[in-house]
Design a binder for this molecule. Structure first.
Ligand SMILES: *Cc1c(COP(=O)(O)O)cnc(C)c1O
Length: 353
């Protein structure tokens, strides 16, 4: 607090990201970073960045990167906006389309905890549509909601996904309200809504290279949508920062998105380790939701998520839990390497015995 802080700043409750590693031996399974390192080809581009590329301003419209993304999705570059991580993109979406007092957006009762922060920052209201008892989205109530909808698919922190037909039913239930689908965890098995972009003008899909491409440190995200919706986001972007994506990030992201071989290997790796993590946890009597993301959401009848998180931390392993009534029982564990997961399971076996 400071005497120069206006009331709006005093009342702000910023988002708190997951904790960073305490030491290099720490096993970090708390922020859903990818277990593998990024594409070799992308890393080679990183090493080849020249002084002259850094001397100049980057391309403000990221043309090459947008062309690569458009080609991957069979869309045009006018359907694509890139930004400094999908959090920035979602911030633009909130400011542009979700802060009108006459049309209150709704999010799932349990979901990404950054959404309420943007709602507060941009001064809009926000409604919550409770999940069903099995943690799945309440698709009926979502379809009936009259304002815009925002939800991740797969949802966080549950890892549960809905299929493209279910997404399409929500979009078509009311063509006059915007549907924003946060696909931060696409690429690990769930179906994307991107093929619906050309057909529906009330849909925005946001993506991130942080999880699917092992590039959380590069900060690259993008939005896909009808060219006029994208143009609206660009107006916000260019009124705030013309160059949100630096010259290095544009080049490295572009290369990463064309390395199909890395992507296939990554997907197979995550699916395999997610299966073994889930079955090892079940063998320790955990309840584990069927995840389509690079993390699992699990609970145990003998220990709360918060107490397990503390006991694991004492053992040098970071996982994520929440101190709220709805979530106290649960832990979210990022899919790791086989060695990391083995250490985790050994530690949990000791803690629970
Ligand atoms: C990680 C995450 C993001 C943000 O991703 P960045 O591209 O790293 O900003 C957005 N939404 C959800 C649900 C996430 O888990």
């Amino acid at each position: 607090m400071n005497r120069f802080w206006p009331a709006s700043l005093q009342s702000l409750t910023p988002y708190v990201p997951g904790e960073q590693a305490i030491s290099s031996n720490t096993i970090k399974l708390n922020t859903n970073e990818h277990a593998l390192v990024a594409s070799e080809r992308a890393l080679a581009v990183l090493k080849g960045v020249s002084a002259d590329q850094l001397r100049r301003y980057p391309d403000p419209v990221s043309r090459q990167l947008r062309e690569t993304i458009a080609e991957r999705e069979s869309l045009s570059t006018d359907h694509v906006l890139v930004g400094n991580g999908s959090d920035e993109i979602l911030g633009f979406v909130w400011q542009a389309y979700l802060s009108s007092p006459s049309s209150v957006p709704a999010i799932p009762g349990l979901t990404y905890t950054f959404y309420p922060v943007w709602a507060q920052l941009f001064g809009g209201d926000l409604a919550h549509i409770p999940l069903q008892a099995d943690f799945s989205l309440d698709l009926t109530s979502m379809s009936e909601w009259e304002g815009p909808l925002v939800f991740p698919n797969p949802n966080a922190p549950t890892g549960l996904a809905i299929d493209r037909g279910q997404v399409e039913a929500i979009i078509t239930a009311n063509p006059d309200r915007l549907v924003v689908i946060d696909e931060a965890y696409i690429g690990f098995g769930a179906q994307s809504a991107a093929p619906l972009i050309e057909e529906y003008d009330n849909l925005i899909v946001t993506r991130s290279l942080s999880k699917s491409h092992a590039l959380a440190g590069l900060r690259v995200g993008y939005a896909l949508g009808h060219p006029e919706l994208i143009e609206g986001l660009r107006r916000i972007k260019d009124s705030f920062n013309s160059y949100p994506l630096d010259a290095v990030a544009q080049r490295v992201a572009n290369e990463a998105l064309t390395d199909q071989e890395w992507e296939s290997q990554s997907q197979a790796f995550i699916a395999r380790n997610r299966d073994s993590l889930s079955s090892d946890l079940k063998a320790l009597c955990f309840t584990v939701l069927p995840s389509q993301a690079n993390f699992v959401f699990a609970s145990h009848s003998k220990a709360s998520g918060v107490s397990l998180t503390q006991a694991l931390k004492d053992d040098g392993i970071l996982v994520r839990s929440w101190d709220s009534d709805a979530l106290r029982a649960w832990v979210r564990i990022t899919v790791g390497t086989s060695e990391q997961q083995q250490r985790l399971i050994e530690s949990l076996t000791r803690i629970l015995s």
